[in-house]
Design a protein around this ligand. Structure first.
Ligand SMILES: Cc1cc2nc3c(=O)[nH]c(=O)nc-3n(C[C@H](O)[C@H](O)[C@H](O)COP(=O)(O)OP(=O)(O)OC[C@H]3O[C@@H](n4cnc5c(N)ncnc54)[C@H](O)[C@@H]3O)c2cc1C
Length: 613
């Protein structure tokens, strides 16, 4: 018997995208249903139990500034925090945390249960439409109607797991796939692609000997992700590094035939930058050894995750090759490594709000859009959740430009260029990365979080106060000129009469050197002041570039614009523009294959048109 319930927003999937989408919708005052196929595995980390890292921590800080929960949960459950890239420029400093996987999932479930969301455990098989609008979803037993629906089904769409010659339908290890939904999307006219990813074996902690391994200690004074985190004194658990040997490589080479990843049994495209160990051996035959990262799954967990040896070889071969790795010679596997292939929706079928172009009120977020990674998923989730609510409240959409946030870069890349392989964020994808740092994410984005009721007034005021203090300290540095005595006191080699701001730009001077002139300021303020001084020239140049970028972004293109009218454009260009339907000239300029001259032709056409009006 079918029962029917009505919601404002329905979010399908309790992964990283789904949680942020549902949480945002609920906190924006909507009657929200989170429907997921397995409540026990809400917030699952199917690969490494780590959040953040290079290019990804920027996303976590941005999600936090908008009022999302990924960073806050990570702060609560982290057991090993490390600032990466500290020897490079601040644009690429990136916080990474190893989390206690069990606590992470329990904390997410706790937040979901206390948030007032309706939570249902069922497998969604179908999307219900009315004309060109989505009005709900169907499971085997029930129908759920909504004003907006967000799909965040991860790797579950027609998922197939491969372990050696074994091949079976699954969404993740131990969970059934979502085949009905794939068919439903195809019937509705969506073009789906096929991607693959993989993971390595988990091993029993007591079967691993870490004695001879390189110890990776966490930071002694760790930084944290969230503005919500007040007292912060996480456990400081070490991780380890060992390495593959020639014996490991010999076993893998001898059994390559049995790797579906290598032998073309999986037609889908995989993650180039996170290859399987088989892939690494084939691509880098001269390399005698590869790192293996040995990371605890939690404080009390009896499992180690093994990073760097993702594989789809048969389980017995996995065990054989692990036994040739120092410290893993007696390793016992608790879960084999595996590869998974799955459907994804070509993301050029989405608007930058993550609403589909084909069907109104349907939003997609996370791995379903071709991305890989918890952070990429969560970032899309919060944006889809916010935009779903704005849509049903008839409010202006929320689109972050590339110049304002990594989230803007991520979504713009997906909807403009699409992706042929699992997309993950890198700092190199952001043109303005010196301005999009993790330390200033709150200053860039918290205002939006507050306007959507996702960030409390107290947090917003604290951010404003921090901004003001940074401003005041900089002004003080600019207006304080050093005399001869001061220079001697500081022990630096400089001409008298220079401002403290100019002095701070020097490589041999840091904020500590001049602390006595500044007074008591927090570590976060000190860090930001130092960055703003040291990179002053570059930052100004970036700001100039952004001004030019915004001119093109400000040039809107009507959604139903007929590119056929611009006769000077080639047919190929017209096809490309018609298929992506960019919303601005800026977006048009980033479509692969669109040349600067095409943009000039378009802008001339628009100028002429507006002159005629
Ligand atoms: C084997 C494997 C290896 C990975 N390796 C890496 C890696 O090395 N690095 C990395 O960054 N990322 C990796 N990932 C990807 C990372 O796990 C995902 O990118 C991230 O979890 C995606 O989040 P999501 O919210 O989009 O989907 P998921 O976290 O997959 O969540 C999907 C949710 O949807 C639910 N669901 C699915 N279908 C339905 C349905 N029809 N009805 C109801 N509920 C449904 C599921 O129960 C689940 O809760 C890996 C993933 C897997 C599976």
């Amino acid at each position: 018997m079918t029962s029917i319930s009505m919601y404002d927003v329905i979010v399908v999937g309790g992964g990283h995208a789904g949680i942020e989408a549902a949480f945002a919708a609920r906190r924006m005052g909507c009657n929200t249903l989170l429907i997921t196929s397995n409540v026990q595995r809400i917030g699952e980390l199917p690969c490494n139990p780590a959040i953040g890292g290079i290019g990804k921590s920027q996303l976590v800080f941005e999600i936090d500034a908008l009022g999302g929960i990924q960073g806050w949960i990570t702060d609560r459950c982290g057991i090993h925090f490390k600032m990466l890239n500290k020897s490079k420029g601040p644009a690429v400093w990136s916080l990474r945390a190893q989390v206690d996987k069990k606590r992470y999932m329990e904390s997410i479930k706790d937040v979901v249960l206390k948030s007032g969301l309706s939570l249902v455990e069922e497998l969604v098989t179908d999307i219900i439409t009315e004309g060109k609008r989505v009005i709900g979803i169907r499971t085997k037993k029930n129908e759920y109607l909504s004003k907006a629906t967000v799909l965040t089904t991860g790797t579950f769409l027609s998922g197939i797991i491969h372990i050696g010659t074994k091949r079976f339908p699954a969404g993740r290890y131990g969970e059934p796939p979502a085949s009905g939904l794939s068919d439903s999307l195809k019937k509705l006219g969506f073009t789906l692609g096929r991607l693959k990813t993989g993971t390595s074996a988990r091993v029993k902690r007591e079967s691993v000997d870490t004695e001879g391994m390189i110890v990776q200690k966490p930071d002694e004074h760790p930084a944290h992700f969230s503005h919500w985190t007040e007292k912060f004194d996480p456990p400081r658990v070490s991780c380890y590094i060992t390495h593959t040997t020639e014996a490991t490589h010999k076993i893998i080479y001898e059994n390559l035939e049995m790797s579906p990843w290598i032998k073309g049994k999986i037609k889908a495209t995989g993650v180039r930058y996170c290859p399987s160990i088989e892939d690494k051996l084939v691509k880098f035959p001269d390399k005698k050894s590869h790192h293996v990262f040995v990371e605890p799954n939690g404080l009390e967990s009896d499992i180690f995750y093994l990073g760097g040896v993702s594989t789809s070889l048969p389980e017995e071969i996995q065990l054989d090759f692990l036994h040739t790795i120092p410290g893993l010679d007696k390793a016992e596997i608790t879960q084999p490594g595996y590869a998974i292939e799955y459907d994804f929706v070509l993301p050029t079928q989405l608007y930058p709000t993550l609403e589909t172009k084909l069907l109104e009120n349907l939003f997609l977020a996370g791995q379903i859009n071709g991305t890989s990674g918890y952070e990429e998923a969560a970032a899309q989730g919060i944006m889809a959740g916010i935009n779903a609510v704005l849509k049903l409240k008839d409010k202006a959409p929320f689109i972050l430009p590339r110049s304002s946030a990594y989230i803007g870069v991520l979504i713009d890349d997906l909807v403009t260029k699409g992706t042929k392989e699992p997309y993950r964020m890198f700092t190199s994808r952001a043109e303005h990365r010196l301005l999009l740092r993790q330390d200033n994410a709150d200053g860039r984005l918290m205002e939006y979080g507050r306007s959507f009721n996702l960030v409390e007034e107290k947090a917003y005021k604290a951010m404003e106060a921090k901004k003001e203090t940074v401003h005041q300290v900089i002004e003080r540095l600019k207006s304080t000129y050093l005399g001869e005595k001061d220079i001697v006191g500081l022990g630096i080699d400089a001409e008298p009469g220079l401002s403290l701001f100019t002095i701070l730009k020097r490589p041999e001077v840091n904020i500590e050197t001049i602390r006595q002139f500044i007074g008591n300021i927090s570590e976060r303020v000190a860090e930001e002041v130092q960055i703003l001084a040291k990179y002053d020239g570059y930052i100004k140049k970036e700001e100039e570039k952004i001004k030019r970028y915004r001119e093109l972004e400000g040039w809107k293109i009507p959604e139903d614009f007929d590119y056929g009218m611009v006769r000077s454009l080639s047919n190929e260009t017209k096809d490309k523009l018609s298929s992506v339907r960019p919303l601005t000239l800026g977006q048009a300029s980033r479509i692969p294959g669109i040349r600067p001259n095409d943009i000039i032709l378009l802008s001339i056409w628009f100028k002429r048109c507006s002159a005629r009006l």
